[in-house]
Design a protein around this ligand. Structure first.
Ligand code: NAP
Ligand code: FER
Length: 327
């Protein structure tokens, strides 16, 4: 990435570079990627600001999730032919010292799923619904960004726990898919303000709000919360490209009067839940009881376009870039 960015990213923020990779040295493996991931958090890492992870370094490949096959190995733990998920990001091939690799089972579900419904976004949905939101039978749950990677699983997991689920998304195609998934109420936030839609779809209020977008939708959800409700603060994508600090929800005092709990979380703190998540959601995905969609863009040179598109809402489900052969 050649420069830090204010506002929406543009193609000239990115540069495609061809480099020769050396053969693996002792302990190293060469991974040929099939898919690289584009995720909303990457926008934050393009700012010149430190968080708990450093920003992307200028001139270096963008780090992030990717899945590929070990094609040359000098590391006994990761023999040639093994499929692995790793964090070396946007490239066709990567040299790894073996640290941070996780083996991928290619037998049951396509490898792409380890970056989406069975990967980081999936775990985010699981932790948010189960651990943070404590969704239970009879709850009314509202999920924004409901047709996205995180949101579409969050909505389905809430339904499977016996909740009545309302979802919002940004296009008619997404609304139609969410209706097909059996959500109890769906609206397009471009067509109808969230406050109005929630008044119609959840006239008795909501118990849990799974927030992927922030902004006006968050304010509307706070206004619709029932006493002792829980707000799962997962993301705030409506502000990721903002060039100045935005005002918070004007009705935040309702947190006090309605005794609400609003809790933020980062999935990186919850990888101890990965086995429980996979045990529950893996079989549901394999049988088709939980459904997922992916929007796939072909070619590493199109990763910037995929990322910019993700922030604009081009994707249904998980946004991925295919950069090499699948199993
Ligand atoms: P995603 O939902 O698959 O893709 C992003 C979607 O955001 C777009 O498709 C678009 O859909 C929507 N969007 C873009 N601009 C918007 C706006 N101004 N207002 C409302 N929606 C907008 O991405 P994801 O990976 O599943 O991530 C979803 C959210 O979870 C993001 O906020 C992300 O930062 C957060 N997240 C948090 C964690 C964590 O650890 N806390 C982990 C992963 C993801 P529409 O067409 O519906 O607008
Ligand atoms: C995300 C948005 C933000 C995310 C992580 C962050 C894993 C973390 C931001 C920070 O630490 O500043 O979607 O997903």
């Amino acid at each position: 990435m050649p420069r830090a960015r204010r506002g929406a990213p543009v193609p000239s923020d990115f540069e495609l570079r061809e480099v020769e990779l050396p053969d693996p040295a002792g302990g190293e493996v060469l991974v040929r990627n099939a898919f690289v991931s584009v995720d909303p958090y990457m926008r934050g890492r393009m700012n010149d600001a430190n968080s708990y992870v450093p920003p992307f370094a200028l001139g270096e490949p963008l780090r992030g999730g990717a899945v590929g096959r070990v094609v040359a190995s000098r590391n006994e733990r990761w023999p040639e032919g093994t499929w692995v998920v790793h964090d070396l990001g946007w490239r066709e091939a990567a040299l790894s010292d073996g640290r941070g690799l996780r083996a991928v089972d290619t037998a049951v579900t396509p490898v792409s799923t380890v970056l989406g419904v069975l990967g980081m976004p999936g775990l985010t949905a699981f932790v948010g619904i189960v651990d943070i939101g404590e969704v239970k039978d009879g709850d009314t749950v509202f999920v924004s960004g409901a047709a996205g990677a995180v949101g579409s699983l969050a909505a389905q997991l809430a339904r499977l726990r016996g909740a009545r689920v309302i979802g919002s998304a940004g296009t008619q195609e997404k609304v139609a898919w969410l209706e097909e998934l059996g959500l109890d109420g769906v609206f397009d936030y471009h067509e109808q303000p969230a406050r109005e839609a929630l008044g119609v779809l959840a006239p008795d209020g909501i118990d849990v709000y799974f927030d992927n977008v922030g902004g006006e939708t968050l304010e509307a959800a706070i206004g619709a919360m029932r006493p002792h409700g829980r707000i799962v603060a997962c993301g705030s994508i409506s502000r990721y490209n903002a060039t100045e600090a935005l005002p918070g929800p004007r009705n935040l005092f309702l947190v006090v009067t309605r005794r609400l709990r609003m809790q933020g979380f980062l999935v990186f703190d919850h990888y101890d839940r990965y086995p429980a998540f996979l045990a529950e959601v893996g079989p549901l995905v394999a049988t088709g009881e939980v459904r997922y969609r992916e929007t796939v863009v072909d070619g590493i040179e199109r990763a910037p376009e995929a990322f910019i598109g993700l922030l604009e809402g081009v994707n249904v489900g998980k946004m991925l870039v295919r950069v090499g052969p699948e199993p």
